[in-house]
Design a binder for this molecule. Sequence first.
Ligand SMILES: Cc1cc2nc3c(=O)[nH]c(=O)nc-3n(C[C@H](O)[C@H](O)[C@H](O)COP(=O)(O)OP(=O)(O)OC[C@H]3O[C@@H](n4cnc5c(N)ncnc54)[C@H](O)[C@@H]3O)c2cc1C
Length: 512
Amino acid sequence: MAGREEQHVRVAVIGSGFGGLGAAVRLRRQGITDFVVLERADSVGGTWRDNSYPGCACDVPSHLYSFSFAPNPDWPRNFSGQPHIRAYLERVTDIFGLRPHLRFNSEVRHLRWNGDALHWEIETANGELTADVVVSATGPLSDPKVPDIPGLDSFPGKVFHSARWDHDYELRGKRVAMIGTGASAIQIVPAIQPEVERLTLFQRTPPWVLPRADRRISAVEKWLHTKVPATRAARRQLLWGIRELQVSAFTKRPDELGLIEFLARNHMKKAVKDPALRAALTPDYRIGCKRILLSNTYYPALARPNVDLVTSGLKEVRGNTLIGADGSEVEADAIVFGTGFHVTDMPIAQRVTGAKGTTLAEEWKDGMASLRGASAAGFPNFLTLIGPNTGLGNSSMILMIEAQLNYLADYLRQLDLLGEKTALSARPEAVEEWNRMIQERMKRTVWNTGGCDSWYLDANGRNTTAWPGTTGEFKRLTRQVDLAEYEVLRPKTGTAAAPVGASADARAEVAA
Ligand SMILES: Cc1cc2nc3c(=O)[nH]c(=O)nc-3n(C[C@H](O)[C@H](O)[C@H](O)COP(=O)(O)OP(=O)(O)OC[C@H]3O[C@@H](n4cnc5c(N)ncnc54)[C@H](O)[C@@H]3O)c2cc1C
């Protein structure tokens, strides 16, 4: 067992998905090698390790859904499949020399802020350590949510969540019930429909579905992207620009989305000839209120004779019989839950105890809130990647992660400047001000006005997940840490206020 000193690191990153790996690359680029990446699983990849269900692919084009600092000219399709994205993240891990920093099978069980030593005490499944700074990259969609269905225990068949696919279970010839109609379900349904005997889809709310402009990326394109990197950059820029232009319709002028609804209706009409089925599949809320889904195969699969639609959620299970909220009864051999993740009740929050001795979950009992999506009040030197109100409805989360990595880099620079053993603690009024701005802007967005209940909203109906602006704006707002928004903590004197809006020289003086 290593000595106490050897168990201390400058930075502990939790999670090894896009966020955690991105943070690790940024730390190395900043010249920081004294860090570990704590991962509960036994390999990297996060979302793209855990979601291996049939048909799993990204729904933002791969040339945008990847790191800007690790371009991949070889993406096989516009919307590449899970194995390719996972392999990409493994390559990023190797290319940037991240392996020595990885600690697998190290689920973080608890983190406690030590206000005297100004560091975090971290208890993992694999031992304990301390860290000056913690970067929590545990993912917005990493802990599957399975609803509490009465009688589920009595079901004699197979049950699993889409994010924990059991590849040993043979679906061929089985009667399968798919619960949910979110982004995963609409990829799974067409992928398994041809092989199962019967597929019953339990739909509480129909999604809006648009065509997916998917195609193989040709050898010529790949060659060009390799030999002339500017073509790859231009492609990414175009994909980004188109999505930036769409944002105002989502955030300011939801009425403009009517035209998109027309396209979605037409898309359905082409595949589903039965008017009754079409009616059952037509949403009664504004497009964009829930995540817009992309698929060319979902509607055709639903129109196949071995597929049934139950237009209600699953209410109860009695043996092999599944009972819908509308009273319909269906026999099944397997139940697949495509019921999403713990999003607004971020599980890591229950495991973090901050400066006041309360957990982040307790502090967030009325809704998640962090300064610039990263720093919660009372949790010094604890930065969340993809924290509250950083989610996107239409573009790549990697853009948000990279913006937050800029913030992280500046945060660490500021700490260095302030001197050894200092910590930054977000001022409650700064967190409040940031969230007041967000909630004010949220009032006009399609997520809040579109007439749906979505996973963007928490139990109080507050949108604590989505970012109500462009990715460009978020990047601008997270380029640098504004020290006026933080208190500077020092070990001996306790808390000392940083000179508000101080210049770098003045800050250096404080540090001296
Ligand atoms: C099926 C699916 C498809 C998606 N498609 C897209 C898309 O096309 N475009 C897009 O922008 N976004 C998409 N997303 C969202 C996606 O989650 C993000 O884009 C991104 O992958 C999140 O990366 P992350 O590193 O923050 O989280 P994750 O990839 O979820 O990684 C979190 C990591 O933290 C680990 N972890 C969690 N808790 C602990 C703990 N206590 N201790 C130690 N380790 C822990 C997990 O094991 C995991 O490895 C998709 C999500 C899903 C589920």
